[in-house]
Design a protein around this ligand. Sequence first.
Ligand SMILES: CC(C)(COP(=O)(O)OP(=O)(O)OC[C@H]1O[C@@H](n2cnc3c(N)ncnc32)[C@H](O)[C@@H]1OP(=O)(O)O)[C@@H](O)C(=O)NCCC(=O)NCCS
Length: 156
Amino acid sequence: MEIKIRRARVEDAIKIRDLHVAAIRKTCAPDYTAEQIQAWSKDRKVERYRWAMEEGGESMFVALDQNIVVGFSSCYDDEVCSVYVHPQYVARGIGAILLQVVEDEIRGTGYDEAFLNATLTAQNFYVRYGWVNTGGLKSEERNGVGIPCMGMSKRF
Ligand SMILES: CC(C)(COP(=O)(O)OP(=O)(O)OC[C@H]1O[C@@H](n2cnc3c(N)ncnc32)[C@H](O)[C@@H]1OP(=O)(O)O)[C@@H](O)C(=O)NCCC(=O)NCCS
């Protein structure tokens, strides 16, 4: 398997959305209630992903295996907004590459510290790469339901 990384394009938006939903419903499911997973993953509009990478100004990257989108990550200013790997492709080093890419992007913009809200699922993945819990346990609301996550940061 040879993973390639490139910047996401608007035509990738459907694949990114589908991967995002699949990762929440499969990989994150053991760490959240069924109600939380449903509220978090439902009604995800493709337009939101297109907007994020165009007007929204997020830097978004995709990981490709033979032109198949197997993961994505994104950042905005000094914040890592997302790192998601397709459930069928986890534990093969793809998440590590996608995290490195957004860390490089944030550092390249001139920041010496980055922030993120980690899912309970991914918290220890970030710890593995030097991130520390600094923001405390938070709750992000999705469709009226609170989704617990951990505020983390990393100094470069
Ligand atoms: C978290 C996620 C992105 C990791 O991607 P991945 O491709 O499976 O991770 P990798 O294979 O690159 O793992 C790299 C290292 O992190 C470790 N790791 C991966 N996931 C981990 C986890 N959940 N907890 C602890 N360590 C983890 C691996 O063991 C590996 O360590 P090693 O090099 O010592 O063997 C992926 O599991 C995922 O998409 N999760 C669901 C979505 C999510 O919660 N994203 C975070 C949003 S904030």
